[in-house]
Design a protein around this ligand. Structure first.
Ligand SMILES: Nc1nc2c([nH]c(=O)n2[C@H]2C[C@H](O)[C@@H](COP(=O)(O)OP(=O)(O)OP(=O)(O)O)O2)c(=O)[nH]1
Ligand SMILES: [Mg+2]
Length: 326
């Protein structure tokens, strides 16, 4: 339990929890099964547990992992934090990625253990609060937003170079012309490189072979429910904590938030700064990319401020670009 204050909501329900995504050399993740009698019993879980009063989450993580698995965490990187309200309890999950640890994991409390790939995680039953953690594990650190295509040929050539440079998630952003042949060619090219593509064309019904859509903040505010089923992704552009909250309520998969910095093309727009970005991520219940003046060199800063990584046109497109997003 966290520290309690007498005259506020009953604190009995608010629990800070430190969890570990422990990876082995094959990039598999360690999961355990919760005892049937526990809160959210019988479901699979990430190892970890409740912070003691006043205990920093990272200390709680090391302690819980030693107690539950008998291994020593050498280094842990923040992945995501999820505030979540169950009917009987409110939790705040602080999730860390652990690639550097020593010892041989054992179920010290008799709990069954399994090593699984990120794809296999999708097929296991976890507590409801874990959905955004799975998404954070599936999403890359860089999210390319394409500039408005000039010619199809030069656009596809540049997109191919971006993919060859390791981009694995693409937003096809078309605000002017939307030629179906170019959209299909881009989808095919992205899939040939094993990457995913989301369409930002104003339509809520993308072609069946697209991996999902990316919404504007204006579209977000008109929606009553998530526009696509769970097997297709829905990203959204947000500028305020209120928009992020709405994206979380609708169960969208991730958001981009900006502008974090002043950009060349919009020098007058008030930027959030990294502190504003971090404050907004604090209460978000979905992975959040930083947008606005970002380059791959900013990934570490974005992550240390609670973000999933960076989203950019100019910073990730292998050709000079005039436009910039806010
Ligand atoms: N360990 C764990 N807890 C989770 C996950 N997802 C989720 O919502 N929770 C919730 C369930 C519990 O309300 C809380 C953590 O509980 P816990 O049972 O692991 O706590 P603990 O290790 O300190 O156990 P105990 O001392 O109460 O026996 O967080 C998850 O992936 N792993
Ligand atoms: Mg536990």
């Amino acid at each position: 339990m966290c520290a309690s204050t007498p005259n506020t909501e009953p604190e009995r329900s608010r629990v800070a929890v430190a969890l570990a995504v422990i990876r082995d050399a094959q990039d598999r993740i360690l999961v355990s099964r919760r005892h049937d009698q526990a809160h959210q019993g019988g479901l699979w879980e990430l190892p970890g547990g409740k912070c003691e009063p006043g205990e920093p989450a990272l200390d709680a993580l090391r302690r819980e992992i030693r107690e539950e698995l008998g291994i020593r965490v050498a280094r842990a990187e923040p992945l995501i934090r999820i505030p979540y309200r169950y009917p009987d309890r409110e939790v705040r999950l602080e999730v860390y990625e652990v690639r550097d640890w020593s010892g041989e994991p054992q179920g010290c409390e008799g709990q069954p253990l399994r090593w699984v790939s990120v794809n296999e995680l999708d097929g296991l039953d976890f507590p409801a609060a874990n959905g955004p953690i799975l998404r954070a594990l599936q999403l890359p650190a860089r999210y390319l937003i394409t500039p408005e295509p000039a010619s199809a040929e030069s656009f596809l050539a540049a997109l191919e170079r971006a993919l060859a440079q390791g981009v694995t998630l693409v937003q096809l952003r078309m605000k002017q012309a939307r030629p179906a042949a170019l959209i299909e060619a881009a989808i095919e090219l992205v899939h040939r490189h094993g990457a995913r593509i989301l369409l930002n064309t104003g339509s809520l019904t993308p072609p069946p072979d697209a991996d999902g859509i990316h919404l504007t903040a204006a579209q977000l505010l008109t929606l009553k429910q998530r526009p696509l089923p769970a097997d297709r992704w829905v990203g959204v552009s947000c500028h305020t904590p209120a928009e992020l909250a709405r994206a979380g309520e609708l169960g969208l998969d991730f958001a981009v938030l900006g502008p974090v910095q002043t950009t060349r093309t919009h020098p007058d727009a008030a930027p959030l700064g990294w502190d504003g970005f971090a404050a907004a991520c604090e209460s978000a219940v979905l992975p959040v990319y930083a947008l606005g003046g970002m380059t791959p060199a900013d990934v570490g800063t974005a992550r240390s401020h609670g973000g999933q990584g960076v989203a950019a046109i100019r910073g990730l497109w292998p050709e000079p670009v005039d436009e910039e997003l806010q």
